[in-house]
Design a protein around this ligand. Structure first.
Ligand code: NA7
Length: 301
């Protein structure tokens, strides 16, 4: 298929590379240029409209709601070259209500809109094993099947357009709370002198076991907080979930408390680290550092 891929960030770049690998004709665009934003075998376009010109599918993977709005409807945006029969697919995590607005606006030009946020982080994007949660018409999803196959391992159809985004907020709410629970447990364990390397196999053998722990524990033991999923993006999703909850009169006291932890870590300038770095604030407050092998007290700050 002829695909325009917009957004060569941590996720988008690997997703576009997998489309090229699967034999699709891909044009890529990124707001900030530079060699690391090119994808071998893809055409580097000068603007979103340039990339989307003549494309059957425009696929986006951008930071937030504003980025998607800019790329679709701003200067040099996709809107300039919309053509009946085109499909716009969005793998960014953005507001469900904004998604409905964007879809309405392009529908008037005969363009279908599918929201397709994903779960699986950087490693799954690289290996083409993302899991997509999708909102849109069944027939449109069927046409996108070859692209989903090239980038992911599973597609969950959640309902009409915007239900993918709503589902993604519900998923990331759980990830944020599970990780917070894990990080608080590790901090208390370190303070009480429980060996983390002994604790982890117990966690994994018990009902506490979780994919979040499986994924994050090795990075924590290496003290590697480089971004697989940057804290600033998880904070954005927490805020989107809290906004959606407010709009629908739902109380989320746990998520509200976790937002505060993220706010403090972000305010300390660590927003570009992985969200796993929220552990370091708990450690600082407790005056400990979580390490494999043994407890190590930090100097009280
Ligand atoms: P990254 O690595 O932060 O990449 C974000 C991308 O979005 C990157 O290409 C940015 O371009 C682009 N961006 C941000 N703001 C804009 C505006 N206003 N206009 C155009 N392009 C913009 O994020 P990930 O790849 O990890 O994640 C992408 C999405 O998937 C996100 O919603 C996650 O929550 C899930 P830049 O290079 O900064 O010029």
């Amino acid at each position: 298929m002829r695909v325009a891929f917009l957004g060569m960030g941590i996720m988008g770049r690997s997703m576009a590379a997998n489309l090229v690998k699967a034999g699709h004709e891909v044009a890529v665009w990124n707001r900030t240029g530079g060699k690391d934003k090119d994808v071998e075998g893809a055409r580097s376009a000068a603007s979103p409209a340039d990339a989307a010109q003549g494309a059957e599918v425009v696929w986006m993977c951008l930071s937030d709601t504003k980025a998607v709005e800019d790329v679709l409807f701003g200067p040099g945006g996709v809107e300039q070259v919309l053509a009946a029969g085109m499909i716009i697919a969005d793998s960014s995590t953005i507001s469900p209500s904004a998604t409905r607005r964007f879809a309405e606006r392009v529908k008037a030009r005969g363009v279908d809109y599918v929201d397709a946020p994903m779960t699986g982080s950087k490693i799954a994007a690289e290996s083409g094993s993302l899991i997509f949660m999708v909102g849109g018409d069944e027939a449109v999803l069927a046409r996108l099947q070859p692209l989903f196959q090239a980038m992911g391992k599973q597609v969950f159809h959640m309902g009409e357009t915007s239900k993918g985004q709503a589902t993604k907020l519900v998923m990331n709410l759980q990830i944020a709370l599970i990780y917070e629970g894990f990080a608080e447990a590790l901090t208390l364990a370190a303070k009480l002198g429980v060996d983390v390397e002994k604790l982890l196999p117990l966690v994994q053998a018990s009902m506490v076991r979780s994919g979040v722990v499986d994924y994050k524990a090795p990075f924590i033991l290496k003290r590697d907080f480089s971004p697989n999923f940057p804290l600033r993006l998880m904070l954005k999703d927490i805020r989107l979930a809290l906004d959606a909850a407010k709009e629908s009169h739902v109380r989320l006291p746990g998520l509200k408390a976790v937002e505060e932890v993220y706010n403090v870590v972000a305010a300390e300038g660590q927003q570009d680290l992985d969200y796993a770095a929220t552990l370091t604030l708990l450690e600082k407050w407790a005056g400990v550092e979580v390490k494999g092998g043994s407890k190590e007290e930090m100097k009280a700050s």
